[in-house]
Design a protein around this ligand. Sequence first.
Ligand code: NDP
Length: 249
Amino acid sequence: MTLATLYTVCWIWIIVGIATFILLQFVTAPYGRHTKQGWGPQISNKVGWILMEAPSFLIILYFFLTSDQSSFASMLSILWLLHYFNRTFIFPFRIRTKGKRMPLIIVASAIFFNLINAGLNGYFLAYFENYTLSSFAKWNFFLGIILFLAGFIINQISDHKLIHLRKPNETGYKIPKGFLFNYISCPNLFGELLQWSGFAIMAWNLPALTFLVWTCANLLPRATKHHQWYKSRFPDYPKKRKAIFPGLL
Ligand code: NDP
């Protein structure tokens, strides 16, 4: 594949991402608190998470191991792998979702989304990157790494707090409090958005931007749906709390 072809695929994929964002204003992805019947066969929630996220880890690992990446590109690959190692092999074993299931169609669509996004980013980092050591001295590296690490920490703390709202065998929902939950309903999704914004700023290439568009397309509607769900479920839900951006949305 030439670079021009890769860019064409990225632009098409960005358009599909924007269309998905519009679609997700009307359709709520039926997993987690939004799970419902009528979406076909279901599988275990934990197995679903592993299957959905594994392609992102394995594809970047494949390109990382089989190509001769510069130190800057290797750093990007390693950050991606760290995130997806957690999401694929640690997060599913930490969540307290005993007996929960998710539709196979959600798993299949997430696998497809992850195959394309990781494929575009891995291919670029393997065959088209031209970073040099001086890339580590540029403004976008410093800004990007700060956003990525801050986002990672916010995502981890928030997911930890959410998971521990339940005792080991509980399945219900409670109002999360403390940390960024005082300002927004979904600091875990806010952290994840910061992370991939930081990644795109550091990488400064079209595949990383494409992935950021897709992350926004998935997470912004999910955050607003989570927020509406909290407000309709808990009459005493804090009025000033926003969905994902403190004071804004
Ligand atoms: P949620 O915030 O819905 O759930 C996270 C975990 O905490 C789940 O196990 C959930 O249980 C539990 N939980 C959440 N809220 C409560 C509550 N009020 N009371 C009790 N337990 C609660 O996150 P998502 O499932 O949407 O996402 C999980 C992770 O995956 C996040 O870190 C997110 O950033 C990431 N993600 C990334 C995407 C991307 O495009 N990059 C797309 C989607 C998610 P239950 O499942 O039973 O609701």
